[in-house]
Design a protein around this ligand. Structure first.
Ligand code: SF4
Ligand code: SF4
Length: 753
C-alpha cells in the first residue's frame, strides 16, 4: 500500500491547555516528516470533516493525537482500507500529570515533562502508522457450516434445536443408546415461573421429540467422537460406536519411564499403530464448530467413611434417590445430608454448588408428597438458593413435613433397614439423633471433561484442552469474560461440563453456546478472529526460512493453534488462532508477526522514545501494558486524575505473552532505565484473556533477569505486575513505586553507548 500520511492533534479536553501544541506539531512535521493539523475538537463533526476532506484528497494513514484509543472508536474510524493510529495525549499525558505534594511547589520543569511525554507518544503513533500494513484476512479454501453437538442431554438437545432453528445443519451424538441424558432420570424440575413455589414437569421428553422431528438435525446415539482434526470452519470428525476402540483414538500419554521400558521392549507401546495427530481421515464428517455438552457425573462421596456410602444400603446419593423417586419408591422418613460434616464440619462435598441445595428441597417435597406421614430432614452447612429460588426455599421452610437445620453430620449408622443420623452444632445448639429410612448424600456435579477422550482432538497439544489443570477440570478459557469458550477455538461448552447448573440454566446456556458456535463459523468465513479480538483481520505470519524448529511457539500457544511436522516446523491453523501474539513473544528468531503488530513495529516504537542522556530527572521507563485489563485500568487512573511519573512511556500490547524479550533487551541497550510489564493476574484465579499469557511473560521475565545480571545490569530494572481492571487507584503506587526504585538505582549504565 502506498501510504499518504497526515497527523492530527486535538487541543480540546484540556490537551491544548497543558501542552505546547505548536512545538508538538513541530515534532511531527520535522522529525516524523508528516503533515500535522490541529483542531480544538477533533472528534466533533467539524474535526472529523477536516480529516475526511484530507482522506478524500488521498490521505490513507491517519495519526490521531487526542484521547485514548479505547474511546471515540467510531468517530475515528475512517474505514477498513485506511490505517489509523492513536496517541493517548489525554488520559495518559494531560490527565495523568503529577500534582505537587501538599505544601510543595510545582516542579519548574513540569510543563516541559508533559511536552516531552506527549512528543514521545506522537512519535510512537507515527512510527506505528509507518510500520502498519493493511491486513489480508485468512480465508479457508473449504468452509462448512455444520455444527456438531456432543451430548444428548438437556444441554445438547437445546443447542441442537437452537442451531437448527438458526438455519444450521446439526449432527447430534450421544454416547448412550437413547437421547435425554441424566434428565431422563429426573422426576420433576425446579419452579421456573412465579410464584416460584411449585415443582414442574421435566421438559426432556418434549425436547427429545422436537429434536427427533427436526429435519436439520441428524441424531446418532450409541456414538462417540473418535477424532476431531482440522480447525474451525473445517473440522474433520470421525465417529465410532460407544466403547469401541478406533484407529483414530487419541494416543495414550506415556511417561518418560514408561517410554524407556517401551524402547527396551519391556512394555507394549499403547500408541502402536495409532495415527499421528496430524493425520486426516478423508472419510471424516465435515463440521464447522462443536458444542460440547457432555455434562457431568456425580462426584465420589465414598471417601467420607462416617457417612457410610457404599457400606450402608440405605445411604444413597441424590442422583440415585431421584431415580427411586421417579419409580415411585420414596420412603417416608429421609435425611438429606448436604455437607460431609465430621471434623471439618463446615466444608462442602467436592463439586458442591447451589443446584445441590435446590435438589434437596425438591426431593424433600417428594417425601411429603408421596407419603401421608412423610418427614424430610435437610441437614446443611450452606443453603444456597439464588434468585427467585429463595421463594421456593421459603415455601419449603413452611412445609410441616420438612425440617431444615444447619448442623454437622458426624455419624451415620445402620439401624434396622434404615439408618441413624447424628447431627451436632445444630441451630438449636443441641445434638440430634434422627432415625430414618434413607439417607441421601448431596454428591457434587463433576464435569465430564475429566474423561480425557471425550473430545479426542487431533492437535499437537493433546486430545483435550485442560492443559493448565485449573478449575478442577471445568472446560473454560476465561470464566468471567468468555464463559462458553474453551481453550480450543471452535469448541464451545454448555451445561455441567462448564459449571453446575439447573436444567433451566442449562437451556439458556446451551442456546448461548449454539450462538457462539455459529459466530465462530461465520467469523471463520469472513477470515476474522473470534473473542477477545473479535473482528481482527490479522493473523500470525511466519517467516519459515529462518525457523530453527525450536518448538517454543507450538508449545506456548494456549489455544493449540499450531501443529508441527516431524521436524518441529510449525503448521499454523489460522482459524484456531485467537491472535494473542504469544507465539510472537515466544519466538527467539523473531520471525512471527502480524500486519499491524510485530517485532519490528514495537521495537521501532520503543526506539522512537527520546532518551535524554545523563539527566536524573529524565530517566525513561517503558511500560508494556496489556490492552485487555491493565490499559483500561491505566486510562481510568487518568480519568480519576491520578498522577503517573513523567518518566514513564506506555506501550499497549495484545497480551503480556506477546512481549518478546528482544524488545526489553533492545530497550535497555538503547538506554532505557527500566521496563515494567503490566498484565492480568495468573495462577488459580487467572484473569488473562489468553489463559496463560501473563504467566508465560512472568516466567520469561525471570529468565531475562538472569541475562541482565550477566550484562552487569540490575535485574530489578525489569518488573512484572498483575493488574485487575478495577485496580485504577493502585496503578500510581505500582508504577511510581517502580520509578522510585529505578531513580534509586540511578541511570542505566549503558546510556549513551
Ligand atoms: S497468536 Fe496466539 S493463538 Fe494464535 S498461534 Fe500465536 S499463540 Fe496461538
Ligand atoms: S518459535 Fe520461532 S523458531 Fe521456534 S519453532 Fe516457532 S517459528 Fe520456529
Amino acid at each position: 500500500m502506498d501510504k499518504k500520511y497526515c497527523a492530527y492533534i486535538c487541543s480540546g479536553c484540556g490537551i491544548g491547555d497543558g501542552l505546547d501544541i505548536d512545538a508538538l506539531s513541530g515534532v511531527v512535521t520535522e522529525e516524523m516528516t508528516m503533515e500535522c493539523k490541529v483542531h480544538e475538537c477533533l472528534c466533533g463533526a467539524e474535526g472529523r470533516a477536516l480529516i475526511q476532506k484530507d482522506i478524500d484528497g488521498g490521505v490513507n494513514a491517519v495519526v490521531i493525537g487526542a484521547c485514548s484509543p479505547r474511546v471515540m472508536t467510531n468517530e475515528f474510524n475512517f474505514g477498513a482500507d485506511k490505517i489509523t493510529t492513536r496517541a493517548n495525549l489525554r488520559e495518559q499525558v494531560i490527565w495523568s500529570a503529577m500534582k505537587p505534594a501538599e505544601g510543595e511547589k510545582p516542579s519548574p520543569d513540569a510543563a516541559a515533562f508533559l511536552n516531552e511525554s506527549a512528543a514521545d507518544y506522537m512519535r510512537m503513533a507515527c512510527v506505528r502508522a509507518q510500520k502498519t500494513e493493511l491486513p489480508d484476512p485468512y480465508q479457508l479454501e473449504v468452509l462448512t457450516r455444520n455444527v456438531l453437538v456432543m451430548g444428548g442431554g438437556i444441554g445438547g438437545l437445546t443447542s441442537a434445536k437452537e442451531a437448527a432453528a438458526a438455519g444450521y445443519d446439526v449432527v447430534l451424538i450421544e454416547r448412550e443408546d437413547k437421547l435425554g441424558g441424566k434428565a431422563l432420570g429426573w422426576r420433576q424440575s425446579f419452579p421456573s415461573r412465579a410464584p416460584w413455589t411449585a415443582l414442574e414437569a421435566n421438559p426432556v421428553n418434549g425436547l427429545i421429540a422436537e429434536v427427533e422431528a427436526d429435519p436439520r438435525i441428524t441424531v446418532k446415539t450409541g456414538t462417540e467422537v473418535a477424532r476431531i482434526s482440522g480447525a474451525p470452519g473445517n473440522f474433520g470428525v470421525t465417529l465410532k460406536a460407544t466403547g469401541t476402540k478406533s484407529e483414530w483414538d487419541a494416543p495414550a500419554k506415556v511417561t518418560v519411564d514408561e517410554q524407556d521400558l517401551i524402547n527396551k521392549g519391556e512394555k507394549e507401546d499403547p500408541n502402536d499403530g495409532l495415527h499421528p495427530y496430524t493425520a486426516l481421515n478423508p472419510e471424516a464428517l465435515k463440521i464447522g464448530a462443536v458444542v460440547l455438552a457432555t455434562g457431568w457425573k456425580p462426584a465420589d462421596v465414598s471417601q467420607f467413611e462416617h457417612l457410610g456410602y457404599g457400606k450402608i444400603k440405605s445411604v444413597v446419593t441424590n442422583a440415585e434417590f431421584e431415580k427411586l423417586a421417579k419409580e415411585g419408591k420414596v420412603p417416608a422418613k429421609v435425611a438429606f445430608v448436604q455437607s460431609p460434616g465430621g471434623k471439618e464440619n463446615s466444608k462442602d462435598f467436592p463439586y458442591s454448588n447451589s443446584v445441590l441445595s435446590m435438589v434437596a428441597l425438591k426431593q424433600a417435597h417428594y417425601v411429603v408428597d408421596d407419603n401421608e406421614d412423610g418427614q424430610a430432614f435437610v441437614l446443611y452447612q450452606h443453603m444456597r438458593t439464588p434468585g427467585s429460588m429463595e421463594l421456593f426455599y421459603k415455601e419449603t421452610q413452611n412445609n410441616d413435613g420438612i425440617f431444615l437445620t444447619k448442623g454437622a453430620v458426624t455419624l451415620v449408622e445402620e439401624k434396622g433397614r434404615g439408618a441413624s443420623v447424628t447431627v451436632e452444632d445444630t441451630l438449636f445448639g443441641e445434638t440430634l439423633n434422627i432415625d430414618v429410612d434413607m439417607v441421601v448424600l448431596a454428591a457434587g456435579m463433576e464435569p465430564m471433561t475429566l474423561h480425557e477422550n471425550s473430545i479426542n482432538l487431533a492437535y499437537r497439544q493433546g486430545p483435550t484442552f485442560n492443559d493448565l489443570d485449573l478449575f478442577d477440570g471445568y472446560a473454560d478459557s476465561h470464566f468471567i469474560c468468555f464463559p462458553y469458550e474453551t481453550r480450543r477455538t471452535g469448541v464451545y461448552t454448555c451445561g455441567g461440563v462448564r459449571k453446575a447448573e439447573t436444567m433451566e440454566e442449562t437451556i439458556d446456556d446451551a442456546t448461548g453456546a449454539a450462538l457462539k458456535a455459529i459466530q465462530c463459523i461465520e467469523s471463520a468465513d469472513r477470515g476474522v478472529a473470534v473473542h477477545p479480538r473479535s473482528g481482527d483481520k490479522t493473523y500470525p505470519e511466519f517467516f519459515m526460512q529462518r525457523c530453527t524448529q525450536c518448538k517454543r511457539c507450538t508449545e506456548e500457544c494456549p489455544f493449540g493453534a499450531l501443529d508441527d511436522d516431524e521436524r518441529g516446523t510449525p503448521l499454523p491453523n489460522p482459524t484456531r488462532c485467537r491472535r494473542c501474539g504469544i507465539c510472537m513473544g515466544a519466538c527467539p528468531e523473531r520471525i512471527i508477526g502480524f500486519r499491524d503488530y510485530n517485532i519490528d513495529m514495537i521495537g521501532s516504537m520503543v526506539k522512537a522514545i527520546e532518551v535524554p542522556e545523563d539527566d536524573a530527572d529524565r530517566l525513561r521507563i517503558v511500560a508494556f501494558v496489556c490492552e485487555n485489563d491493565a490499559y483500561p485500568a491505566l486510562d481510568m487512573s487518568g480519568m480519576r486524575r491520578n498522577g503517573i511519573s513523567h518518566m514513564v512511556r506506555v506501550l499497549p500490547v495484545r497480551c503480556l505473552g506477546s512481549v518478546n524479550m528482544a524488545w526489553i533487551r533492545d530497550a535497555l541497550s538503547a538506554g532505557m532505565d527500566g521496563v515494567i510489564l503490566l498484565g492480568c493476574a495468573y495462577g488459580d484465579d487467572y484473569q488473562c484473556h489468553f489463559v496463560k499469557g501473563s504467566e508465560i511473560a512472568n516466567r520469561r521475565m525471570e529468565n531475562i533477569a538472569d541475562t541482565l545480571s550477566t550484562l552487569g545490569l540490575d535485574s530489578e530494572r525489569c518488573k512484572t505486575e498483575q493488574i485487575a481492571i478495577t485496580d485504577y487507584d493502585r496503578i500510581p503506587a505500582i508504577i511510581n513505586g517502580f520509578v522510585d526504585e529505578i531513580v534509586e538505582m540511578g541511570p542505566n549504565p549503558f546510556k549513551g553507548f
